[in-house]
Design a protein around this ligand. Structure first.
Ligand SMILES: Nc1nc2c(ncn2[C@@H]2O[C@H](COP(=O)(O)OP(=O)(O)OP(=O)(O)O)[C@@H](O)[C@H]2O)c(=O)[nH]1
Ligand SMILES: [Mg+2]
Length: 217
């Protein structure tokens, strides 16, 4: 019985995700669903990419958190439209939440929307939002074993970011092991090594995002 209920929920989510996707394609809006552990650097990556693309393309942000508007306030302070969703305990965003808030974000055609999902490496990978790109951020202090442990998250990723590379000299992080875990799930995974602290690698990530946006049809 429980399984049936879960299937119905997943089916309903998928239907709305497909509607969302169609709307994003029609309006040429690239939606990036950003998933990671708490503190891996989701908000920091969004801020860095916005800084690089400001005045070049229209952007908006949907912030997902169990509680608070701390991250939304950071986005608002740099003058980018932002909507905060508080899930009140829910461990992920779903397609209906995105559908509900999109009109309030007032996005122009030909734009980029960053969706910061709730911080954890489990639930968000199961719920499609209709996004264009699933981005997973790992960070050096979390350890190199995360792709081995959170397989569905890393397998679902269109792009994987390894953040906080500036901390590598101080942390026992085995990069070869990290890549071994990633490649076991996806041979041709896109991985970008960056540091939001130093800015290292951000330019390559931004180029990749823009080329995805420009080549979307
Ligand atoms: N040293 C270092 N610190 C970083 C880097 N990126 C982010 N941080 C720091 O890591 C902490 C968490 O960063 P956030 O961007 O808030 O992480 P988040 O994933 O959005 O966190 P939640 O929204 O709470 O899940 C902050 O103190 C950042 O300044 C980095 O590349 N290097
Ligand atoms: Mg955040």
């Amino acid at each position: 019985m429980e399984i049936k209920v879960l299937k119905n929920i997943m089916h309903a989510n998928q239907q709305i995700a497909e509607d969302n996707k169609k709307m994003f394609v029609d309006k040429k809006i690239t939606v990036i669903n950003i998933m990671a552990s708490p503190g891996a650097g989701k908000t920091s990556v969004i801020l860095k990419v916005i800084e690089a693309l400001k005045n070049k393309i229209h952007m908006g942000v949907i912030e997902g958190d169990i509680a608070s508007s701390i991250d939304a306030e950071k986005i608002e302070s740099i003058g980018v439209p932002v909507i905060q969703i508080n899930t009140g305990g829910g461990c992920h965003l779903d397609a209906n939440m995105i559908k509900t808030v999109m009109p309030d974000l007032k996005m122009q055609d030909n734009s980029i929307v960053f969706v910061e999902n709730v911080g954890n490496l489990v639930c968000p990978s199961t719920f499609d939002l209709g996004e264009t790109i699933k981005m997973v951020i790992a960070s050096v202090p979390e350890g190199h074993d995360k792709p081995f442990k959170y397989t569905s998250m890393f397998a679902a990723a269109d792009v994987i970011i390894l953040n906080k590379t500036d901390l590598a000299p101080y942390i026992d992080f085995d990069k070869d092991m990290f890549y071994k875990g990633v490649h076991a799930l996806r041979d041709n995974a896109n991985v970008f090594e960056i540091s939001c602290r130093t800015g290292n690698g951000i330019d390559k990530l931004v180029d990749w995002i823009i080329s995805k946006h420009n080549n979307a049809d």
